[in-house]
Design a protein around this ligand. Structure first.
Ligand SMILES: *Cc1c(COP(=O)(O)O)cnc(C)c1O
Length: 400
């Protein structure tokens, strides 16, 4: 093959030649993965506490995903979105049997699932709320990168980007009940929120706020949309983060962990919102059999091995270890649930710390300059955490 590139240097030169620039990437090329580790083309390994961005719930290259891909690949790769296929029905049953929902729409990314949720809410508003279309979302939230989901997101740096935005979104500060009350009008059809803001830096919706908000929504017939793209499937210590609150949302979106690395997402809702008409919603790869087979394998594994419980216990262990080094390095606000955790630094040097950790063979994330976020695969062990804390401490020593 004339296109084979044989060493890291050649690969990196070709990357700068032919990959459209969208983000700064370190000068390594990832070649393989197994469990908690990734390997680059130089053979160096990295302990992965980001897990493909909260995606690789079962770690890298787990057998259950490999087997699902091979078996489904031997049976049916793609039929057509106009037919039912067997794994799509089985997967929908698995998700509805294990949640408060009874209807599922499958698609490929978190953004697309959220687009579907926005459309469903607007359809509901048109049908039942005199044409109400406005959706209230939270400042600092992240809902995706399509134009509508960017408009829904409360990311400050996106405010001026790709104007004009999709209209119909209002942003309110997190956990401020008076403010959201004041923003609800007869045009409001839904509230959309992440139970724990992920990209925003790991900030939780508090219980009391959620309960009051849920009561207001019920009273006024306004929908609650939970974006559980990052919090879903065991990550927070429960299968779904809504279980931490005593409420049931009307719509929930899932992605990231649901495919364990395969592009897959789902919108879940209830019979009362089974209101799409033919032509309203779809997608060429909606319910694509390979994705369905992987989804069944991943979600079954999370449930059967009770990885939600592991997430809870390992999350507690990570917090305990962070508390042990907190005073020495002046770390603040250790927070989060399960395996969606973060802490603040005494200075705005998150990127420097992440880069140095990478050099030392540890992958961490800095969602903003003063914050480090941890979102390892749900299979993480205490031994992995001990190693993570060792490397992190070593790096913090060199910076202090
Ligand atoms: C990642 C993320 C999305 C976007 O998902 P994509 O698969 O990148 O489109 C949406 N919402 C939340 C909460 C996310 O973390």
């Amino acid at each position: 093959m004339g296109y084979e590139l044989n060493n890291t240097k050649e690969l990196l030169i070709e990357a700068s030649n032919s990959i459209l620039f969208t983000t700064m990437r370190p000068s390594i090329v990832i070649e393989s993965g197994e469990g908690m580790y990734l390997w680059d083309t130089e053979g160096k390994n990295y302990l992965d506490f980001v897990g493909g961005w909260a995606v690789n719930a079962l770690g890298h290259c787990p057998n259950v995903i490999k087997e699902a891909l091979i078996n489904q690949g031997n049976t049916l790769i793609n039929a057509s979105p106009s037919f039912y296929n067997k794994p799509m029905i089985e997967f929908a049953k698995l998700l509805t049997d294990n949640s408060c929902f009874n209807k599922v729409f499958f698609t490929n990314s978190g953004s697309e699932a959220n687009e579907g949720a926005i459309k469903l809410a607007r359809k509901y508003g048109a049908k039942f709320l005199n044409g109400a279309y406005e959706i209230i979302t939270i400042t600092n939230s992240f809902h995706g990168r399509t134009l509508a989901t960017m408009s829904a997101s409360g990311k400050k740096v996106w405010e001026k980007l790709y104007e004009p935005k999709v209209p119909g979104f209002k942003h309110v500060p997190l956990n401020d009940i008076e403010c959201i009350k004041a923003c609800i009008t007869s045009s409001t059809c839904a509230i959309m929120l992440e139970p724990i803001q992920g990209e925003g830096g790991v900030y939780e919706v508090n219980k009391n706020y959620m309960r009051i908000l849920s009561d207001i929504c019920k009273e006024r017939g306004i929908l609650m949309i939970f974006d559980e793209v990052q919090t879903g499937l065991g990550r927070t210590g429960k299968l779904f983060a809504y279980e931490h609150y005593d409420i049931e949302p009307d719509i929930m979106t899932l992605a990231k962990g649901i495919g364990g690395g395969y592009p897959l997402s789902a919108l879940l809702t209830k019979e009362a919102l089974n209101i799409f008409e033919p032509g309203d919603q779809g997608g060429t790869y909606s319910s694509q059999p390979l994705g369905m087979a992987v989804g069944i394998a991943v979600v079954s594994e999370i449930i059967n091995k009770d990885l939600s419980y592991n997430a809870k216990m390992q999350g507690n262990y990570i917090i305990k270890k962070l508390i042990e080094i907190k005073d020495k390095y002046k770390l603040k606000n250790i927070r989060g649930k399960g395996l969606l955790l973060a802490f603040d630094l005494p200075q705005d040097n998150g990127k420097e710390i992440v880069d140095k950790c990478l050099d030392e063979g540890l992958i961490l994330n800095s969602p903003k300059p003063s914050t480090i976020r941890l979102m390892p695969p749900l299979i993480v062990t205490e031994e992995d955490t001990d190693k993570m804390v060792d490397i992190l401490s070593k790096v913090l020593d060199t910076i202090l």
